[in-house]
Design a protein around this ligand. Structure first.
Ligand code: ASP
Length: 348
């Protein structure tokens, strides 16, 4: 149901979507979002109010950083009561990382926060940006009932007809408009002639409780991807990073790694020092089940923690946020195997 009095805040952080082609020179230039209504007259046809907030300077999302994540959350916190929903325009390259981390920074979210972007600039004739933007705005304004509760009170990514839980997404295509998927969780909605929501998969917050904005973040984390032939020097160098607290270990299949003595010894020493090793699979679909094979069981016995079917992006974000909150390695270990915002499914 569209609420005619709804107010949506459209935040532009940067990325391809915000570019227009200069008609004379053909060059791509940043779109002037402060003149949104004159640059994109379609917005006027929406039946609710849209206001804009620009990050200055707009960035390519390859330059995304914890401090910009904190700025985004500050803007949401400062304006939380004024708006019914938020749309964040963001480059697609690191959108899955931002979606994952924001889902954890925003605790007990009661309003939609929708990230979107595009593969072609909004000013290009064949752009995918207009549909992505207009539909994301509609989703942010959509209400479930007469008392004004939103349909999607969670952190989402909307791209190319698909509404996805943000912390379940990953970018899978560098060229196609369908650049994202949510491999291990059903879509929250699909846009066709109408927007169809899959209500049973959408988070239900406690509206009696306040939303909490968490800013703390610890960047002493690393992703270590295994490959046949990985050398002792490579693993040793990763685990010897000064101040390291957490490792996302991308293993094979259901969570298997080599069982060479040097590898086991290095991991054992790291875990003894309090470094949390999270086992995630390199496969796009499915998750870790360490008990299945002897090689996986070795990791489990050492004390590596299963990330189940979490994405690498969400595992990294979760380590940053949990260590940022000052949790002990034992607490982080426990929480990495528990779903905090629907970012993983535990199957036994
Ligand atoms: N490099 C761009 C970015 O992530 C690509 C995009 O916007 O899709 O900011």
């Amino acid at each position: 149901m569209i609420d005619r009095n709804a107010n949506v805040l459209l935040m532009y952080t940067g990325g391809t979507i915000g570019m227009v082609e200069n008609a004379e020179t053909g060059a791509l230039e940043p779109f002037n979002f402060s003149h949104l209504y004159s640059n994109m007259p379609e917005i006027k046809r929406l039946k609710f109010n849209v206001e804009t907030y620009l990050f200055d300077p707009p960035i390519d999302s390859s330059d995304m950083s914890p401090s910009i994540w904190q700025q985004i959350v500050h803007v949401i916190e400062d304006h939380y009561d004024e708006y019914d929903g938020f749309v964040i325009l963001h480059g697609t390259d690191t959108m899955a990382y931002t979606a994952s981390v924001l889902s954890l920074m925003l605790d007990n979210l009661t309003k939609p926060v929708i990230l979107t972007g595009s593969q072609l600039p909004i000013g290009k004739l064949r752009t995918d940006g207009k549909e992505n933007l207009i539909t994301a705005l509609e989703i942010a304004a959509d209400k479930k009932d007469a008392i004004g509760r939103p349909i999607v009170p969670e952190l989402c990514v909307y791209m190319q007809n698909l509404l996805m839980r943000g912390n379940r997404t990953t970018k899978i295509n560098a060229n196609n408009f369908s650049a994202f998927t949510s491999p291990n969780y059903p879509y929250l909605g699909e846009a066709g002639l109408n927007i169809r929501y899959n209500d049973q998969f959408i988070l239900k917050p406690d509206y009696e409780k306040p939303v909490n904005f968490n800013y703390a973040m610890d960047p002493h984390v690393v992703i270590l991807k295994l490959f046949p032939g990985i050398s002792e020097a490579v693993v040793r160098a990763h685990l010897a990073i000064p101040g390291l607290k957490g490792v996302v270990l991308e293993t094979y299949g259901t969570g298997n790694s080599p069982i060479d003595l040097w590898f086991i010894d290095l991991l054992h020493d790291a875990i003894e020092q309090g470094i949390v090793i999270v086992n995630v699979t390199q496969c796009l679909y499915g998750g870790v089940e360490m008990h299945r094979y002897e090689n996986g069981q070795r990791l489990e016995k050492l004390g590596a923690v299963s990330g189940h079917d979490i994405t690498t992006e969400a595992a990294l974000a979760k380590l940053m946020v949990l260590f940022g909150e000052g949790k002990t390695p034992a607490e982080v270990k426990r929480l990495m195997s528990v779903s905090l915002r629907g970012e993983l499914t535990v199957r036994r």
